[in-house]
Design a protein around this ligand. Structure first.
Ligand code: DGY
Length: 332
């Protein structure tokens, strides 16, 4: 009897997805869900041909050199800044992610965070829970208008376009965006979005939503200089990645009311959060949950599993990030 390939699932996922993987492979799991240190990960990967990862697991040249049997790393996330893709390609290791299945859910959350931030939902709830509400008042927690305002989007991929559609069609917002490349006319028309320079975006947006991938290029794309160009009444929403915003500079801008408020789902160095952000009232903070519905998280885990199954059983991954390695891995 030929031995079944061994794979690792680096974090706790849904039991039914593990069962699907067990139909094909010997599967080692991490029931505790404690993220592995790089050394633990390298140890667990000995003899494994595949691993399902999340953003907590870094896959770089050193780890790849220590795990020569590894053939495929399937991220349970659309973002893959935890992968050194060129190093994976050089090592002949396939990388996959989970696009599409989380687009609408994440766009929903972007809008939820925008609404909560603009309308001061959590700040007013904390006030109420603290027993501070003694009377109705005209000015109490008066926030910023959402409908009819100008929605700015930095990074206009699938999720950005989902947020644009919600803003334009649901809330009658004027949508402006900036992106590395401009959308084609049909895509712009579908979400009624107008392309502007980054400087115009910062200047005109009443609500600025960040949905761009993290890279060396986008590191601190929003820092003190950019915050200074925004309206003092503006809100800033980050559902992209920590590190795109300079969190220390943002905390200063919020404290000094240089912008009105921010909603953040992602942080530099998460799960640590810059201590100054924890003490300013005009920020809504959530723990990286933009794609977190049961349906979508199951779809993400299933797509990662499908990538590993389809690649290892038929040589055809569904959503490869570096398809150029396929001939090399398949002929190895
Ligand atoms: C993603 O899919 O990239 C989400 O941020 C979860 O990591």
């Amino acid at each position: 009897m030929t031995q079944r390939p061994s794979i690792l699932v680096a974090r706790a996922i849904f039991p039914e997805v593990i069962e699907r993987l067990r139909e094909h492979f010997d599967v080692e799991t991490n029931h505790t869900d404690a993220p592995f240190t790089p050394q633990q990960l390298a140890e667990r990967l000995q003899g494994k041909v595949a691993v399902l990862t999340t953003g907590s697991e870094r896959i770089g040249a050193e780890l790849l050199a220590a795990c020569p049997q590894l053939k495929v790393v399937a991220n349970i996330a659309v973002g893959y800044n935890n992968f050194d893709v060129p190093a994976m390609t050089a090592a002949g290791v396939l990388a996959t992610n989970t696009p599409d299945v989380l687009t609408e859910t994440t766009a929903d959350f972007g809008f939820a965070l925008l609404m909560a931030t603009a309308r001061r939902v959590t700040e007013s709830e904390h006030f109420l829970r603290a027993g501070l509400w003694s009377k109705w008042a005209l000015h109490m927690f008066a926030g910023a208008e959402v409908h009819g305002s100008t929605l700015g989007i930095l990074g206009m991929g699938r999720i950005g376009q989902g947020i644009a559609r919600r803003g334009a069609h649901g809330f009658g917002m004027q949508v402006i965006y900036h992106n590395r490349s401009r959308l084609d006319a049909a895509s712009e028309a579908a979400c009624q979005a107008r392309y502007v320079s980054k400087a115009e975006l910062l200047k005109q947006a009443d609500h600025l939503v960040l949905v761009l991938p993290y890279s060396a290029e986008s590191h601190h794309a929003i820092g003190a200089a950019e915050l200074a160009q925004m309206k003092p009444t503006a809100t800033l929403i980050n559902i992209a990645r920590g590190g795109i915003v300079d969190d220390a500079a943002l905390a200063v801008a919020l404290r000094e009311r240089r912008i009105a408020a921010a909603g953040l789902d992602v942080f530099e160095g998460e799960p640590q959060v810059h201590p100054d952000l924890l003490t300013v009232p005009n920020v809504v903070l959530t723990p990286h949950i933009a794609s977190a519905t049961i349906t979508t998280r199951k779809a993400m885990a299933n797509l990662a599993a499908d990538n590993v199954i389809a690649f290892l059983t038929q040589g055809q991954p569904l959503t490869p990030l570096n398809p150029e390695v396929l001939p090399k891995v398949l002929n190895a």
